[in-house]
Design a protein around this ligand. Structure first.
Ligand SMILES: C[S@@+](CC[C@H](N)C(=O)[O-])C[C@H]1O[C@@H](n2cnc3c(N)ncnc32)[C@H](O)[C@@H]1O
Length: 193
C-alpha cells in the first residue's frame, strides 16, 4: 500500500496505530502482547513504543509479512522484544490466558463471515483474565458500498454487529470508537476470575 499511495499511506497508517495504542491506559499492566494478522507490524510497533517493558508475539498467516515485521523491529532496536510466528488467527495454538493484550487490525474485513466469531473467540481464550483486547477495522454499514472499497467478503463484513460479536465472544467493558470515516476501534477487557 505504501508503494501504491506513496505520499500519504505511511503517515495515515502511523497515526492510526498511535491513536489505537493510546486507547490502552499507560498504567495498564501490559507485559505480553500478541498481534494477530499483523501484516508488517505497525500496530505492534506503536504498542512497543507505548509499553517499553512489554514483549511481543507478532503473528500472521503469511511468512512474507513476518519477514518485513522482523526487519522493522530490528531497525528500531526492538528485536530482543519480539518473536515472529506464522499463526492462523482461527486456531493459534497458544495456551489459554496467555497475553495481557491481544490486538489486531484490518483482519476481519479480509475473512469469510464464518471465521469472525471463531477468531474473536480465540482472541478471548488466549487473553489473560484482566487483560485487554484492542481491534481496529474499516467501513461498516451501507456507507461502505458507496466507497471505492473492494473486498471479496465486504458484504458480510459490513453487516456484522461488532459490539455484539465481541460481547458474544466473552469480552466486557467494550468501547466502540468511530475514529474517522472508514475507521473504527474496539477496546475491551476479559474479566478477572
Ligand atoms: C489488510 S492486512 C492488515 C495488516 C495489519 N494488521 C495492518 O493493520 O496493517 C490483513 C492481514 O491479515 C493476514 N491474514 C489473513 N487471514 C489470516 C488468518 N486466518 N490468520 C492470520 N492472519 C491472517 C494477512 O496475511 C494480512 O497480513
Amino acid at each position: 500500500m505504501d508503494a501504491i499511495i506513496p505520499l500519504s499511506h505511511n503517515v495515515s497508517c502511523q497515526q492510526l496505530r498511535e491513536k489505537m495504542a493510546e486507547l490502552i491506559p499507560e498504567d495498564a499492566q501490559i507485559q505480553t502482547v500478541l498481534e494477530l494478522g499483523a501484516g508488517t507490524a505497525g500496530g505492534a510497533l506503536a504498542l512497543a513504543r507505548r509499553f517499553p517493558q512489554s514483549t511481543f508475539r507478532v503473528t500472521d498467516v503469511s511468512p512474507y509479512m513476518l519477514v518485513i515485521s522482523q526487519h522493522k523491529f530490528n531497525k528500531v532496536g526492538f528485536s530482543e522484544r519480539a518473536s515472529f510466528e506464522q499463526v492462523d488467527a482461527r486456531h493459534t495454538g497458544y495456551p489459554d490466558n496467555s497475553f495481557d493484550l491481544v490486538t489486531s487490525s484490518l483482519l476481519l474485513h479480509e475473512t469469510p463471515k464464518e471465521w469472525t466469531p471463531k477468531i474473536l473467540k480465540e482472541m478471548y481464550r488466549i487473553t489473560k483474565p484482566g487483560g485487554w483486547v484492542l481491534y481496529a477495522d474499516t467501513y461498516r454499514g451501507e456507507y461502505a458500498l458507496s466507497a471505492s472499497f473492494q473486498e471479496p467478503w465486504l458484504d458480510d463484513f459490513i453487516h456484522f454487529n461488532f459490539e455484539y460479536e465481541f460481547a458474544k465472544a466473552g469480552f466486557t467493558e467494550l468501547h466502540y470508537i468511530p475514529y474517522a470515516v472508514g475507521l473504527w476501534y474496539m477496546v475491551g477487557r476479559k474479566l478477572e476470575r
